[in-house]
Design a protein around this ligand. Structure first.
Ligand code: PMP
Length: 355
């Protein structure tokens, strides 16, 4: 603590991201990145953008990218807000729609950035327990005092909540915003986007970091009714007018437009996810039904921490959360077929040695 810190800086409890270790022999299955490269069209667009124009500020309203997203998602540009990664969109959304002093709700097992934002912005929060099978009980989110946020599919559980249940949560919170964090939705069966047209209190947040293989670019977006989008713009324009640089704007627009390539990547990852789940089950793991690009699993006899540490010794990184609710589980990002082969060779050895 420094005497120079504001009360905001003092109460902050910053998020701890997964390890970003780089090296030739590191297999990274710990931060849910896409194992494949982004669309080749992204590269071309970036090259074209790194020219004379870089001396000029980018568009503060990010029009061309918002237009591309709107077209892809079947909404108008006024329904779209773009930010520097969905983390920034989430932070702005907390500021724009959740009120200090009014209790919001999110699941007790969920994306660990939510309590970080809530603490920073002085928003009290209730961590609503998931059911024993790690599913969300919709009724427990009805009639919140200040609003609701949850990922769908949820992270780190990978479990999807069917849309009719999502809708009941929105329907039962009509005086407050319900944020659906759809970071992994392209690996799932449905998006809540269709509900944006029926309800004015729903904000759907998506990212280019996962299905478009652009975690390094930092682009995410929110879709909601134009009043919500205006609220977000008011916050952004009170912090930084230019959150999306010219290169990112060009690259993201190219990625959004290359829907065929995105589909190819998600199809491959979903196929690998099916075989990874089966192989884990063959090793006696219990694996939650995943609709994401990762799986969440527990072994009946080998502790999660042992698996995590012994894989790490071999340069294979997975995610282990050393918390009361999660310490029995490991989260494994789906890599390429080759990478998963390497993972299973190491894992089989660890399980047989520790059983
Ligand atoms: N939401 C969830 C549920 C996530 O897992 C992540 C990735 N860590 C994000 C949002 C943020 O993604 P990004 O900022 O890369 O768009």
């Amino acid at each position: 603590m420094s005497k120079f810190w504001s009360s905001m800086a003092k109460r902050a409890k910053p998020y701890v991201p997964g390890e970003q270790v780089e090296g030739p022999n590191i297999l990274k299955l710990n931060t849910n990145e896409n194992p494949y490269p982004p669309s080749p069209k992204v590269n071309d667009a970036m090259k074209n953008a790194t020219n004379h124009a870089l001396r000029l500020y980018p568009s503060p309203t990010v029009d061309s990218l918002r237009e591309a997203i709107a077209q892809e998602q079947g909404v108008t540009k006024d329904h779209v807000f773009v930010g520097n990664g969905s983390d920034e969109v989430l932070a702005f959304s907390f500021m724009a729609f959740f009120e200090p002093g009014k209790m919001i709700r999110f699941p007790n097992i969920t994306y660990s950035f939510y309590p970080v934002y809530a603490t920073l912005f002085d928003i009290p929060f209730e961590e609503v327990p998931l059911q024993d099978d790690f599913t969300i009980l919709p009724e427990s989110f009805f009639q919140s005092e200040g609003g609701v946020i949850f990922p769908n599919p949820n992270a780190p559980t990978s479990v999807f909540l069917p849309l009719e249940k999502v809708e009941t949560i929105i329907e039962q919170n009509q005086d407050h915003v319900v944020m659906i964090d759809e970071a992994y939705v392209d690996f799932a069966s449905a998006s809540a986007l269709s509900l944006v047209h029926t309800y004015d209190n729903v904000l759907v947040i998506q990212t280019l970091s996962k299905s478009r293989a652009l975690a390094g670019l930092r682009v995410g977006y929110a879709i909601g009714n134009p009043e919500l989008i205006e609220g977000l713009s008011r916050i952004k324009d009170s912090v930084n007018s230019y959150t999306i640089d010219r290169v990112a704007m060009a690259a993201a627009t190219a990625a959004i437009k290359d829907e065929t390539y995105t589909k190819e990547l998600t199809t491959k990852i979903i196929q690998t996810r099916t075989s990874v789940t089966k192989q884990l089950e063959d090793l006696n793991f219990e694996v939650l039904p995943s609709q994401t690009n990762f799986v969440f699993a527990t072994h009946p006899s080998v502790p999660a921490q042992v698996i995590y540490e012994q894989l790490k010794e071999q340069g294979i990184l997975i995610r282990f959360f050393n918390t009361e609710l999660l310490h029995n589980h490991i989260r494994i990002t789906i890599g390429t077929e080759e990478e998963m082969k390497q993972f299973f060779t190491a894992l089989k050895d660890i399980i047989s040695k520790n059983i």
